[in-house]
Design a protein around this ligand. Structure first.
Ligand code: TRP
Length: 360
């Protein structure tokens, strides 16, 4: 990358940096799926990009509108998780969505650029509607949340959106709206008013749930939280789904669709040991005399140990940051102010492009 980090001293000498916008719904603590899907990339890229991280409380309301009072505590949990994994509030602005009215303004404009049929085709929304049993009674707010997410991304002029695989349809929807907006309201031949973002997806792919389901999901209850303590980790790992066809433990085991091995791959630093475990498991975990050397219990114990080693420093930082009640809110207030300033600039150029900057 051409963007140097050398001079931080004065704003004038700060080179242009591309921007990241990504975010999470504040519905509780973040889990390993969030880490693999997006948090790891954010931590890695925070030095290189101007980073905005949206705490999407408005989006959280689209399927939790009966309990808005939950948001305050959940925002705190999410921010503690951010700090714990190593996101630096000097480098990343943590922004509360409902405090950036420009996002709501843009959402209303964008809703004219999408058909209801297109909204109904969004595969992630379809999955969620099915899971929640909404059917024809789906609210307009829920059906339209992807457009609000388009506003989230474009309000900050983001170039890059690090997200989990499940968010791919949202990025595609964003690109469609951006193209349509720029075509409709842009000057011929000029650079688009809205930045067309790219998604960045986890190198590792999607982390399965502890039950072997395709995705770790709080509403399904198959998650391991970043803040889980040592005992909870061990309990959850020991109860994990493995290969159901391995009845006595002597049958050749399936490594490929086995979440225990997927987690070993993602979190166990000892790659040689993981390779050894896989090889033994695929052979049935028995020696030449047929003696069982490697049962599920052993693989799970080693996974629990690896996860605890990975999570301990994260838990320690979380404990430290949670001691000061005000710290999280001070960080969020400062981040939200920075976010609003950026969104204000974008909003001004949007109004200009649409020729509704009446008092200019
Ligand atoms: N929909 C995302 C999720 O459920 C959260 C989110 C809201 C988001 N706004 C965003 C992600 C903007 C990326 C960019 O995890």
């Amino acid at each position: 990358m051409a963007f140097s980090q050398s001079s931080q001293s004065s704003p004038q000498s700060t080179p242009f940096r591309k921007r990241i916008l990504t975010g999470d719904r504040p519905t509780g603590k973040l889990h390993l799926g969030h880490y693999v899907g997006s948090l790891a990339n954010r931590v890695r890229l925070q030095d290189e990009y101007e980073t905005y991280i949206l705490i999407a409380d408005v989006q959280a309301l689209t399927d939790n509108f009966e309990t808005p009072e939950m948001l305050r505590a959940n925002i705190r949990e999410v921010v503690l998780d951010y700090l714990a994994v190593g996101l630096d509030p000097q480098k990343c602005a943590f922004v509360i969505q409902s405090l950036v009215p420009e996002i709501a303004d843009l959402t209303i404009f964008y809703l004219n650029l999408v058909s209801v049929a297109r909204l109904q085709r969004n595969p992630t929304v379809k999955d969620e509607m099915h899971q929640k049993g909404y059917g024809d009674n789906v609210t307009a707010g829920f059906l339209c949340y992807p457009i609000s997410q388009v506003a989230d991304i474009t309000a900050f002029g983001a170039h890059l959106v690090p997200v989990g695989e499940d968010q791919r349809p949202m990025i595609e929807q964003t690109q469609e709206i951006v193209d349509k907006f720029n075509r409709l309201y842009g000057e011929d031949g000029a650079e688009g008013v809205l930045v067309r973002p790219e998604g960045m997806y986890a190198e590792f792919g999607r982390l399965p749930g502890t039950d072997g389901a395709a995705k770790m999901s709080k509403s399904v209850g198959n998650v391991i939280n970043l803040a889980d303590d040592e005992k909870t980790i061990t309990q959850k790992v020991m109860a994990m789904y493995t290969d159901p066809n391995r009845v006595t433990g002597r049958e050749p085991g399936n490594v490929a669709d086995n979440p225990v091995f997927t987690y070993h791959d993602a979190f166990n630093g000892d790659k040689a040991r993981v390779a050894e475990l896989k090889e033994m498991y695929a052979r049935g975990g028995v020696d030449a005399e047929g003696k069982l050397l490697l049962g599920d219990v052993k693989i799970k114990r080693e996974l629990a140990a690896a996860l605890n080693a990975f999570l301990e420093p994260i838990r320690a930082r979380r404990r430290e940051y949670s001691l000061d009640e005000d710290f999280v809110w001070d960080v969020v207030r400062a981040g939200t102010l920075r976010g609003r300033a950026r969104a204000g600039e974008v909003m001004e150029s949007v109004r200009g492009a649409m020729k509704i900057d009446y008092f200019r």
